[in-house]
Write a protein that binds this ligand. Structure first.
Ligand code: HXC
Ligand code: NAP
Length: 284
């Protein structure tokens, strides 16, 4: 979508960049000329992804094992990034953990594990890179991947909803506070985009047979990874220099469909509308 070389000279850290949407965003950043640093807990997954991404795009990828819950590991990842590329320009807080469960079935550790990865992981990375940019008097860009239930809330994913809401609050708060340092903060709220990580934990087979998530999406399909990558590339690029504190929804209209009082009426067949109209008009 963007011009060739639109991200040339930028070094972009993508947490959770070895799989799913993180990998797809990283691939497009590389195609647009950026250097990439991908980090997550599993070194072997990262190394395989880095190798493939470099072959596919001809770009430079550094794979660093790093648990975003641990601040010292993020500092080590930042140092490795500076050693390899000499600078860092963009942070994409994409790493996450999630599963569906009735809240009363959760242990306190299950609640912790999700909020620690999503909220603590995002603020840890933001703090480490933000301090670095401020010290270096260098501009920086933060892009947080949230969800549409960050503002609506959602049953059955309560730890994730609490954590993503916190990340959204951080996005908007720092957009005001850190703009004076040349640091922009934005977020993307994706609807359903098929990935192994999300599908195995959120739409297990027993559920997929009962509830078809596509039925809730007005455009009638899931998102395509390139569509999300296009938006992410724009938001981290200099073309978006005046976009700050925004959350951009990319969900085919899903959350508004769920919110609109009468939207489910699109399941009403034509003959039923005929009968209902006749009856309503008859009432004068
Ligand atoms: C209830 C569960 C559970 C489940 C784990 N736990 N799975 N409780 N239901 N399905 C509990 C465990 O019993 C334990 O508590 C605690 O959670 C920690 O579990 P561990 O397995 O030890 O944690 P860990 O190995 O760190 O794994 C973290 C994880 C795992 C989050 C549980 O799923 C993971 O690694 N996820 C990373 C990738 C991911 O989740 N991707 C999806 C993102 S999708 P006790 O008390 O027993 O010790 C997304 C999209 C949203 O966010 C929107 C879609 C439209
Ligand atoms: P995914 O492939 O499972 O991505 C999650 C990534 O986070 C994995 O690479 C995982 O790698 C990493 N991670 C987990 N815990 C970590 C930790 N403690 N430290 C560092 N990295 C960690 O799932 P996805 O669907 O692509 O999700 C990507 C992002 O999009 C998430 O923020 C998710 O909430 C958001 N999202 C997805 C959808 C969707 O439909 N797919 C919808 C809305 C929002 P390791 O296991 O190796 O650590």
């Amino acid at each position: 979508m963007l011009k060739e070389g639109a991200l040339k000279g930028k070094t972009i850290v993508v947490t959770g960049g070895g799989t799913g949407l993180g990998r797809s965003m990283t691939k497009y950043f590389l195609e647009l000329g950026a250097n990439a640093v991908i980090c997550s807990r599993k070194q072997e997954v990262l190394e395989k992804a880095a190798e493939e991404l470099m072959q596919e795009t001809g770009g430079q990828v550094l794979a660093v094992a790093c648990d975003v819950r641990k601040y010292n590991e993020i500092e080590a990842m930042l140092q490795a990034t500076l050693d390899k590329f000499g600078r860092v320009d963009v942070l994409v807080n994409n790493a996450a953990g999630n599963f569906v469960s009735p809240t009363e079935r959760l242990s306190h550790k299950a609640f912790d594990v999700i909020t620690d990865i999503v909220l603590k992981g995002s603020y840890n990375c933001t703090l480490a890179l933000g301090k670095h940019w401020i010290e270096q008097k260098q501009e920086g860009t933060i892009l947080n991947i949230v969800t549409t239930y960050a503002w609506t809330g959602s049953g059955y994913v309560v730890p994730s909803a609490c954590a993503k809401a916190g990340v959204l609050a951080m996005t908007r708060s720092l957009a005001s506070e850190w703009a004076k340092y040349g640091i922009r903060s934005n977020a993307i709220a994706p609807g359903p985009f098929p990935t192994e990580g999300a599908w195995t934990r959120l739409f297990p087979k027993q559920l997929a047979d009962k509830l078809d998530p596509v039925k809730r999406i007005p455009v009638g399909r899931f998102g395509e990874h390139q569509e999300l990558a296009n938006l992410a590339a724009y938001l981290v690029s200099d073309y978006a220099a005046f976009v700050n504190g925004e959350v951009v929804t990319i969900d085919g209209g899903e959350w508004l469909y769920g919110a609109g009082e009468f939207n489910a009426f699109d399941q009403i067949p034509q003959e039923m509308w005929d009968a209902m109209e006749k009856q309503m008009r008859g009432k004068g």
